[in-house]
Design a protein around this ligand. Sequence first.
Ligand SMILES: O=C(O)CCC(=O)C(=O)O
Ligand SMILES: [Mn+2]
Length: 200
Amino acid sequence: MDIQSLPEPININLPDADLVYYPHFFSTEVSQNLMQALISHITWKHEKITIFGKKVLQPRLTAYYGNPGKPYAYSHISLDPNPWTNDLLFIKNSIEDISGHRFTSVLLNYYRDGHDSMGWHSDDEKELGINPVIGSVSFGASRKFMFKHKKDKTLKSSIMLENGSLLLMQGATQHHWQHQIPKTKKPLGARINLTFRKII
Ligand SMILES: O=C(O)CCC(=O)C(=O)O
Ligand SMILES: [Mn+2]
């Protein structure tokens, strides 16, 4: 019988948060294959969002997949899910096994290079319920993921999200903290991030 080694989690100790990080949840080889498959087979969109009444293109490509009938609304966009693909189901099953949570949908972000980014926000949309569990999987270039506390402005932190990593954000994290992926001038390759969510 094969003895499979379970990936080692790292607890990130921030007050009012529950964060568990698995740096090499997927092997380098599996991660490279999944990244290429996602680039080729996901229906990527370049959406316009409204900021201060102005329509602008998002600084990244996005896609939304999941169980039918679970639309997701954010930044004045309502997204209808595409049906699950085999690659997405493989990733979903892997992170469901380790987290003990079931997910209904995934939001994908494709950061083409360091100019692409995501601004400060919390994953606290109504349809995620109280204390949502977010399973965040990253492939490709490492990017800095920053946290800031909503009330205590002295509380800030950041972590590099590496190729093949899984970050579980749970408990009251979204209630108390915002996160972002800042732009960077460093020459960087592409990165894909998948945030698995449970829409209630
Ligand atoms: O790209 C990331 O690591 C973060 C993505 C994110 O925060 C989101 O999709 O809500
Ligand atoms: Mn988020």
